[in-house]
Design a protein around this ligand. Structure first.
Ligand code: ASP
Ligand code: MG
Length: 408
């Protein structure tokens, strides 16, 4: 018994049947004596549908109005779920983000939560209500509705749990936990009983779609007890932990991939101070995030620079780079969006040498060429040709013995 924040994503509330099933689950948890806050997403497909309507009526729709529109998806679900709860005799109340004072900055479409004034929610809970909150939305200082970026309901749930000091935040989704790799690609992938918050953060930002990256950052900052579990079947799910336990710590916990990046190269530029800045500066001035960067100095004293950006920013970046190339009298500019990024993640890497060698050898054995490499303390990422994504993920999963939990 305690205070539990539960979050149900789009597929978990995809139709009335699913909403009824969620209501059953919430009612059961409530009957066990828990105080409850339930955060829900829009019914699956709804946010996309709304975004398409906006784009159709005005391709340059003001971001403020897009947020007014997108936030309606979640408002439908909170009302329907609350009605379903009442039908089960559960005294519940629904609230939009602004009603429970989820205060954010004013960056429409990807606002950050600044704080939550939880007085109203606490009061309701003290009076025996289950509180149902719309995910993905907040309100800025001027009372404008904001949204938190796609997948943002996760962040709403974690932020609510942090503000309320919840005993657990449960993210219910369409998979039964966090896996060693995407089971659609690697049938042998295993559910992890637990994963450290740092590993989860790398996984989320390297492309695993289980949790919104920001929600994991938030959980880490406030040490929110967080669990990912299935809305469709019972099970323990995966617990996010804040301490490493050296005894049980696997070397590598998971393999992540993403297909969302594109690569750009500028060749034959002078090798002198300030050159990287003159290339990357204009790209970031255009609000494009640069991810991996590689620079090579050729024998003739000129240098080449290659970097990756989100695929959506590829065209824009190529135009900017072409302009820069003219100014710098570069030899040429190239680009490629047929790439994939494969990553191995594990806090065990900190204390073990040889992970990179194992990774590169496994890929080499399959004839997979590595185009770029980047590392952090707990991950190694490589860029390969897009067609090798599946083979690469399977190869790495095997190379690190993840199918049976054995260390290499
Ligand atoms: N409905 C929003 C989306 O589709 C937020 C969420 O589902 O977490 O991105
Ligand atoms: Mg989600």
């Amino acid at each position: 018994m305690g205070l539990i924040v539960e979050k149900y994503g789009g597929t978990s509330v995809g139709d009335l049947g699913r909403i009824n099933a969620v209501a059953d689950k919430v009612a059961t948890s409530r009957a066990q004596g828990n105080d409850m806050v339930v955060v829900v997403s829009a019914m699956s497909g709804e946010t996309n549908r709304l975004a398409e309507l906006a784009a159709e009526i005005n391709p340059l729709a003001p971001a403020r109005e897009v947020d007014v529109l997108l936030s309606t998806g979640e408002q439908v679900t909170i009302a329907l779920l609350t009605m379903a709860l009442h039908r089960r005799g559960v005294d519940a109340r629904s609230y939009t983000g602004s009603q429970v004072h989820i205060r954010t900055d004013s960056v429409h479409g990807r606002a950050r939560i600044l704080d939550i004034d939880d007085a109203r929610v606490r009061n309701d809970i003290a009076n025996g209500h289950v509180v149902v909150v719309a995910g993905f939305q907040g309100v800025d200082e001027e009372q404008n509705i904001t949204t938190l970026g796609r997948g943002g309901s996760d962040t709403t749930a974690v932020a609510m749990a942090a503000a309320m000091g919840a005993d657990e935040c449960r993210i219910y989704t369409d998979v039964d936990g966090v896996y060693t790799a995407d089971p659609r690609i690697v049938p042998e992938a295993r559910r992890l009983d637990w994963i450290t918050v740092e590993e989860m953060l790398e996984m989320a930002s390297l492309g695993a779609k289980v949790l919104q990256t920001r929600s994991v950052e938030f959980a880490g900052k406030y040490r929110v007890p967080l669990r990912v579990l299935s809305a469709f079947e019972d099970g323990p799910g995966t617990l996010i932990t804040y301490e490493e336990s050296p005894m049980e710590q696997p070397l590598i916990s998971s393999i992540a991939y993403n297909r969302d990046e594109a690569k750009l190269t500028i060749r034959g530029i002078p090798d002198e101070p300030g050159i990287a800045y003159r290339i990357v500066g204009p790209i970031s001035d255009a609000h494009v995030n640069v991810d991996m960067i590689v620079q090579n100095v050729g024998a003739d004293g000129t240098t080449d620079l290659t970097f990756t950006v989100h695929r959506n920013d590829y065209k824009k970046s190529l135009e900017i780079l072409t302009e820069t190339a003219k100014k710098l009298k570069a030899r040429d500019v190239g680009g490629d969006d047929n790439i994939a990024k494969l990553s191995v993640i594990g806090v065990g890497m900190r204390s073990h040498a040889g992970i990179a060698a194992t990774m590169f050898q496994a890929l080499a054995n399959e004839g997979i060429n590595i185009q770029m490499i980047s590392t952090s303390e707990i991950k190694i990422s490589v860029v390969v040709e897009d067609k090798y994504l599946e083979l690469g993920v399977r190869t790495l999963h095997k190379a690190f013995g993840l199918e049976d939990g054995a260390d290499v």
